[in-house]
Design a protein around this ligand. Sequence first.
Ligand SMILES: Nc1ncnc2c1ncn2[C@@H]1O[C@H](COP(=O)(O)OP(=O)(O)OP(=O)(O)O)[C@@H](O)[C@H]1O
Length: 265
Amino acid sequence: MKLDHATPDEVGLDYLEIRDLTVQFDGFTAVDAVDLTLIQGRVHFLIGPNGAGKTTLVDAVTGLVPATGQARYRNQNLLAMRSHRIVRAGIGRTFQTATVFEQLSVLQNLDIAGGVHRSPFALLRARRGVPSYVADALETVGLADLRDKPAGVLAHGQKQWLEIGMLLVQDAKVMLLDEPVAGMSAEEREETGALLQRIGKERTIVVIEHDMDFVRSFADVVTVLHAGKVLTEGTVAEIQASPEVQEIYLGRIVEGVVEEGADHA
Ligand SMILES: Nc1ncnc2c1ncn2[C@@H]1O[C@H](COP(=O)(O)OP(=O)(O)OP(=O)(O)O)[C@@H](O)[C@H]1O
């Protein structure tokens, strides 16, 4: 997808615009005046060494830590909103560790997630059948056959897909995913990448990732954070060719793969 010189507004695309975003913890600046524009239809990756500020940036945008600056989405500044309002505004996220209810079925997990847009009365009313948006999410994430299984028995990858399904039933237009393929098999990674590309056409997908193979396969845009600041942004090829990026990874990016131990504690 090309914007050329048009703005996302001019071509009718949804976007999240982050300006001068700063997060401080007791005088330590974890996110430092970050500007980022995240546009619908692109799978946007955030990479950078441990402690670069990637998760804190997502925490700020989703109302989990106080921040200054702006994160504008559809004329609202998310930084001035509480986290439940941010969810209702269409911003959803996952965490590094899956947060599904293990005792409840896949279907029940999705139904609860969908409750974010239902009135308390509708939540109390008995359900007949599976709502179409839940059935659609089950199909999209490939868990339809497992819908009645407790989430606790799902494989690691399937739990991450369930979480993505939960964001789909919440109708999240912006999805911020924190290391979704960590611990997945090669096959699960491929399936996850394809899933992100599928759902990313209509949405703004932002992925925090360390696995450069995954980034190389599925990124449309990559932003590199370092010490709280945006170091550079571009396509995978541009990022790999950047001397600054090679320097922060201590020259250990070899053919697009961050060598073992180069960026993980
Ligand atoms: N609640 C907190 N209080 C104090 N310092 C924090 C807090 N949360 C994060 N930090 C610090 O802010 C910096 C950025 O951390 P953050 O977790 O955002 O980095 P990251 O890029 O996501 O790293 P990783 O790849 O390891 O997840 C780190 O130095 C971290 O120690």
